[in-house]
Design a protein around this ligand. Sequence first.
Ligand SMILES: Cc1cc2nc3c(=O)[nH]c(=O)nc-3n(C[C@H](O)[C@H](O)[C@H](O)COP(=O)(O)OP(=O)(O)OC[C@H]3O[C@@H](n4cnc5c(N)ncnc54)[C@H](O)[C@@H]3O)c2cc1C
Length: 577
Amino acid sequence: MANEQKKYDVAIIGSGIGGSTLASVLARQGLSVIVFEGGTHPRFTIGESMILETSEAMRALAEFYDVPELAYYSSENYYQNIGTQHGVKRHFSFVHHSPGEHVDVEKSLQAVIPRLPYGHEIHITRQDSDYFLTSVAISYGATIMQSTLIKDIHVKTDGVEIITTKDIVFEAEYVIDAGGMKSILAQKAGWRHRDALSHSRTIFTHMIDVPCFNNVGPSKEVFHHPYRLSEGTLHHIFKGGWLWVIPFNNHTGSTNPLCSVGLQLDPRLYPQRDDLTPEQEFREFIGQFPDLEAQLKNARSVRDFMRIDRLQYSAHHIVGDRFALLAHAAGFIDPLYSKGLYVTHASIFLMADLLLRAKKTGDYSANAFAPLETMTLGYINMHDRLVASSFKSWHNYKLWQVYSVVWLQGAYLEYLRLIMNRFRANGKREKYLELMKPHRLAGGGFDKFFEIQEQIDALMDAVNPEDEADVDRTVAEIRRLFDGFPWMPTTIRALLDGKNHLPDNKLRLNLLNRKVGFMGSGVYREHMFGDESMLHLLILAAQDEMKYSVRGIKKQRETRARLAWQINDSSPSHNHV
Ligand SMILES: Cc1cc2nc3c(=O)[nH]c(=O)nc-3n(C[C@H](O)[C@H](O)[C@H](O)COP(=O)(O)OP(=O)(O)OC[C@H]3O[C@@H](n4cnc5c(N)ncnc54)[C@H](O)[C@@H]3O)c2cc1C
């Protein structure tokens, strides 16, 4: 028997970035939504590094569901809208370490994130972003219950009952578990498993006084990198693990002195040290790498170090009759490549569409939501492949030098096709979803990429990274496969030949060349661009650039977003506080 009389269309467990974004979208589209949050905003959480695919997914959500606020997260341009607590991410950088040795500048990679057309990416301070997005959801009409922990859910044939720890019962047509790794629905359904290929555990915290790595190790000039290493996400990589450095204090407009730091270790090589505190274990481990130790020597944590045993989890299913798990509740592999938030936002897009359809048809069955399961689990599995091969490649830098190109080429294709999908859909959500169908997290849904990626991953599975001759054979074979893939940009291909960075400015006139330019040819051109002409694309790109410029966003904010009434209302009562 329900204590609360109202029956909501959708109930969401958890108001993290996922739950609050989904609530904003659904409420904006007219559904009645209630969100339960066990904690209280603002609250600390992890998942801070954005990638181009995530921000593009957020632009798509903003556009196709008419929630302009979501686009603020897509770029450094919008600090004025979302706050100065966030950092800038001008690159993804990797520096390889071996025990007892100083770093070798040749064993580094700086993948520059282009400033054009939308601005560099950002490091989001989650307590701020999640608080902001929760407020956005409220402003569109969602009901948010903070400090309300859900202890159980009863799924019935005609609806769901959500029960709080205070035994208050709420009713809804459908329930989404956006509770992250603790998902009560995954546990209740008995769907959790840990069958991933990848193995990693983590120790992380927020610190102050973390210097730029260029101040303690080789300078930017010695590395030959376009940017200082503090201007983006720095990955210290080594055999069996990696460590992230995600600064929030890395641009002149920042008001946040903190830096996020997290160590991932393969527990099969480095089992958890229960004889040490998490901080002691962290410091002892990095002590074997002199430059890494130097970077964090004087840094102090501002909160307790968190230590989580094996990170990987997934689920056999993620949809049932009248319920579904959002991406982070469905599964997670590793923070590597920062794909988590992309999976979250891509799944929100599809989930929202399915819920809006169900509201019309009354069909809330597992069958009706099956595409969500295929998509989410497919993305998680693809991430697992990338992470497992990457960890293995760090045993020998020669392997990483070629495998990093798989990651980069996959990300490039994915991002390009995501933008093209938005352009080609021309405001029609159904068309956008149709174009998204072949996507699998990386590779832009392009079969030819999937073919070589599968072959390369099979080679990575087989190689013995400790056997130099075997490594050389594998590297030669991977290069041969790339030679048979004519659609790789020259800037990425140069990495195979030993270059350690992507150029700062990727815009060149020869990109417009009809034969060898960025539109490529044959099946590639058809898949990525359909029948679009280069001229039409250039016009669309220019319009989009304007739309998402600071001025364009400001205009949208003033005319369409929730603040419009305040900004436009000139009645005296609104003119003074
Ligand atoms: C160590 C680590 C590092 C990561 N780094 C990155 C990164 O750099 N980039 C990236 O893209 N992704 C990263 N991720 C993934 C990222 O954290 C997730 O994609 C993201 O947090 C998902 O957001 P969410 O809102 O779905 O879940 P969460 O952020 O986990 O939020 C879940 C919310 O649900 C609430 N909740 C849970 N159970 C209940 C309950 N029973 N009742 C009420 N409320 C409940 C919690 O209090 C919480 O507020 C990382 C993940 C980990 C583990």
